[in-house]
Design a protein around this ligand. Structure first.
Ligand SMILES: *Cc1c(COP(=O)(O)O)cnc(C)c1O
Length: 451
């Protein structure tokens, strides 16, 4: 037990419960944590981790849990993936930091080249690197404002873009992200999104009506000529894995093009093979002007990026973009290892296979349990929305109870959704199929025991 044992892909791929969850050692660490860390930083599952890899997370008490969370869609290539560890370790031996803005290094440029190649569209692109998703979104807006010389930013119902001041303003949900933390940045406007399950006139009309309402709000309430950027997640993550009805995104992109508005796809959660494509925008052939990435980009090391049209990216003056750690060399080495792993193991194919298995199984469960109102998502980004049977009344209590029951059985699952009534599944793309199926078995048992 402990740090001397390797994690990564060599870790035994099994669920193993040797104590209650949490066990005594985790409970002791939780007590220390509570005395040292503020309660604002919360914990989903109070087990302290010593190792992780493939599809499992191992805790200090020796329990091995099945991972359906990937640290919130980060460890898509698995924890301590071989290529990530090899390249990052080698970089750690050579140098840890110089600041790319002071004396640059090749790996930053190589990551930029990879992003320019992999993101949708074959136009001339540039990439700038940052530390976190929120920082990438903030910089996308700085760039869009510099390019358009306009102030306004348009975001959508159920959107999530981070926890910094500007990105709190962009985020829809008050609790827990915004409550008591204002005032927020000005010139941020929220418009409807095409949420098929909850569209009042039905899913069939959703794309067209939602786009019309969004465009009407932009033209009548803001003035399209005042809008620098429209920012949207191609599948809304924290909002509950909402896939905008087909046709909605292309219509919004078209409106942006007609009005000189920079279209920003926030692919921080959806990007890097998560949905079975390099980027979720590809699903409807969308080519964003700017795209923000983070989470899955570097196998667990902190890195984020803004990639986009060269003429837009170059509108910010020299010295206007950057940050001390942005594109740290160890994180860049890890990103190159992660991208190499995604290609070598065809993780897009793996994500699609995970999606087929999950959607099949959850679809069958939704026939059995009337509390499952909707099953949705793409690839390894799948969710169920829980309701009161016979209605669409959100059922956040059930989401919480099911998550708890899964945790107790050694399955890491996360909740989401504006109404807190969504269970979301984000397994590492390298999870062995038998563990994926076992996790779904555990979920079904949790349902049977709870409802
Ligand atoms: C997680 C997330 C962010 C914020 O990323 P951080 O690295 O936590 O700052 C922004 N946008 C989306 C879509 C996200 O999922």
């Amino acid at each position: 037990m402990g740090a001397s044992q390797p994690g990564g892909p060599s870790l035994p791929q099994e669920r193993r419960l040797v104590t209650a969850i949490p066990g005594p050692k985790s409970t002791e660490l939780m007590n220390r944590r509570n005395a040292a860390v503020p309660r604002g930083v919360s914990t989903t599952l109070p087990v302290f981790v010593t190792q992780a890899g493939g599809g499992v997370v191992v805790d200090v008490d020796g329990n091995s849990l099945i991972d359906f969370g990937s640290g919130i869609a980060v460890t898509s290539v698995g924890n301590s993936a071989e290529g990530v560890v090899r390249r990052a370790s080698e970089q750690l031996q050579r140098f840890t930091h110089t600041c790319f803005m002071v004396t640059p290094y090749e790996s930053y440029v190589a990551v930029a080249e990879q992003l320019n190649e992999l993101t949708p569209g074959d136009h001339d692109k540039r990439t700038a690197l940052f530390n976190s998703g929120a920082e990438a979104v903030e910089n996308a807006i700085k760039i869009a404002r510099a390019h358009t010389k306009r102030p306004a930013v348009v975001v959508f119902d159920h959107g999530y873009h981070g926890r910094t001041n500007l990105t709190m303003a962009l985020t829809a949900k008050n609790m827990p992200y915004k409550e008591s933390f204002g005032p927020f940045a000005p010139e941020v406007y929220r418009v409807p999104v095409a949420y098929p399950y909850r569209w009042l006139t039905g899913a069939k009309n959703c794309a067209e009506e939602a786009a019309a309402q969004a465009i009407d709000a932009i033209t009548k309430q803001i003035g399209a000529h005042n809008v620098a950027a429209v920012v949207i997640e191609p599948i809304l993550g924290e909002g509950g894995f909402i896939e905008p009805a087909k046709g909605f995104l292309p219509r919004i992109v078209e409106f942006c093009r007609e009005n000189g508005i920079v279209f920003v796809a926030d692919e921080i959660q959806t990007g890097f093979c998560r949905t079975g494509q390099w980027f979720a925008c590809e699903d409807e052939g969308i080519v964003p002007d700017l795209i923000t990435t983070a989470k899955g980009i570097a196998g667990g090391l902190p890195l984020a990026a803004v990639t986009g049209r060269a003429e837009i990216m170059d509108s910010a003056h020299a010295g206007g973009l950057g940050g001390t750690y942005g594109g740290n060399p160890v994180a860049c080495a890890a990103a190159l290892g992660a991208i190499e792993t995604m290609r070598a193991l065809d993780l897009n194919g793996a994500a699609r296979r995970i999606g087929e298995i999950m959607l099949g199984r959850l679809g069958a469960m939704s026939e059995k349990f009337a509390e499952i109102g909707d099953v949705r998502g793409r690839g390894a980004m799948i969710a169920i929305e829980l309701v009161e049977p016979g209605s669409k009344e959100p059922n956040p209590e059930l989401a919480g109870a099911l998550a708890k029951a899964c945790h107790a059985q050694g399955l890491v699952v996360l909740t989401a959704g504006t109404y807190g009534n969504v269970l979301r599944f984000l397994p590492p793309l390298v999870i062995p199929e038998d563990l994926l199926v076992e996790g779904l078995d555990l979920l079904e048992q949790a349902f049977a025991a709870t409802v």
